[in-house]
Design a protein around this ligand. Structure first.
Ligand code: GA4
Length: 348
């Protein structure tokens, strides 16, 4: 996962109350894309953390602000108007229901496909929202983030010494790339003190299926990423109540205000498990609402996914059966958020 941020404004408070802070909490990887050694640092960050923050990227602040203001206009409209841009099946406006399998969160969102023509007229009835202006803002932002994603993926391949270096990026550049864009709004949550917990779950714990996720959020905390060292801890450390929406103790770190890159399920397969997909979730708070926008870069539906031979060492055998992105996506979209979607495709 990649997080896009304005420079030097990050805080990485640990909101969990159940564990000691590991010493490297203050050393979350920050990749300066303008630096020549960034290719090696990207590989290191993917191996050790599975995510990093990006600075000196070419995504214009103007595109970010324009889209954020269009999104705020949309989410500020009356619910009855917004519902006319739904349901999210899977594309369109969604409210509290995430996916098709019964997951819920304290979130409303717009989900768009970036390759098939989305019907922006769905927004025409929403007060104060001009479909053409939303379309232009999404297109400008997504094109810039896609370009940055390709640059990161090419550096990643270079750092891994894979030839040709477009092995990942060509999948996003393909005109049939099955990529998705999501605008999430986490409204201020109601006072939940009576439940003796601090936060409601906005978006439950999950990993992202595609190749790359690039996330930008406004200056509101909420995104939590499960550190690799915490994986394998007994799940009773994460207690979830209240229709799966209240969070108590956990071993997460929290982010505020950034452009972040996350390593996803398909990259886990292509690297034969060397890069793990990263579990993350979003909590809401009682003081501020949170807005985030995420580009999920995916391959064409017909693309065959398997570990890259150039990354297999010696006698190493593939941990996964070969599958197409269509097959994977079909099964992923039927799954529950927290499920391990790769199990079905594992060989052993
Ligand atoms: C997680 C990443 C993206 O937001 C998303 C999500 C999708 C959805 O909201 O419809 C899924 C989720 C995501 C994975 C499991 C299934 C499908 C919700 C869900 C319960 C758009 C995606 O591609 O997969």
């Amino acid at each position: 996962m990649v997080v896009l941020t304005e420079p030097d404004t990050d805080h990485l408070p640990i909101i969990n109350n159940s564990c000691k802070s590991p010493s490297f909490f203050n050393d979350i990887p920050v990749i300066d894309l303008s630096k020549p050694d960034s290719k090696n640092l990207i590989v290191k960050a993917c191996e050790e953390f599975g995510f990093f923050k990006v600075v000196n990227h070419d995504v214009p602040m103007e595109f970010i602000s324009k889209l954020e203001s269009e999104a705020i206009k949309f989410f500020s409209s009356p619910l009855s108007e917004k519902l006319k841009a739904g349901p999210a099946d899977p594309f369109g406006y969604g409210n509290k229901q995430i996916g098709q399998s019964g997951d819920i969160g304290w979130v409303e969102y717009i989900l768009l496909s970036t390759n098939c023509e989305f019907n922006y007229q769905k927004f025409a009835s929403v007060l104060g929202v001009n479909p053409e202006s939303i379309r232009a803002a999404v297109n400008d932002y997504v094109s810039a983030v896609k370009k940055m994603s390709c640059e990161i993926l090419e550096k990643l391949a270079e750092g891994l010494k894979i030839h040709p270096t477009n092995v990942f990026s060509k999948l996003l550049k393909d005109e049939k790339s099955d990529s998705v864009f999501r605008l999430n709004h986490y409204p201020q949550c109601p006072d939940i003190q009576e439940f003796n917990v601090k936060n409601l779950i906005g978006f439950g714990e999950h990993t992202d299926p595609q190749i790359i996720s690039v996330l930008r959020s406004n200056n509101t905390s909420g995104l939590q990423i499960l550190l690799k060292m915490a994986i394998g801890f007994p799940c009773h450390l994460i207690r979830i109540h209240f229709s799966s929406m209240l969070a108590t103790r956990c071993r997460y770190i929290t982010y505020t205000h950034q452009i972040l890159y996350l390593s996803n399920e398909i990259v886990e397969v292509m690297t034969n498990g060397r890069f793990k997909s990263v579990k993350h979730r979003v909590l809401t708070n009682t003081l501020k609402s949170r807005l985030s926008m995420i580009y999920f870069g995916g391959p064409p539906l017909s693309e065959k996914i398997a570990p890259l031979p150039s990354l297999m060492e010696g006698e190493e055998s593939s941990l996964y059966k070969e599958f197409t992105w269509f097959e994977y996506k079909k099964s992923a979209f039927k799954s529950r958020l927290a499920e391990n979607r790769l199990t079905l495709f594992e060989k052993f």
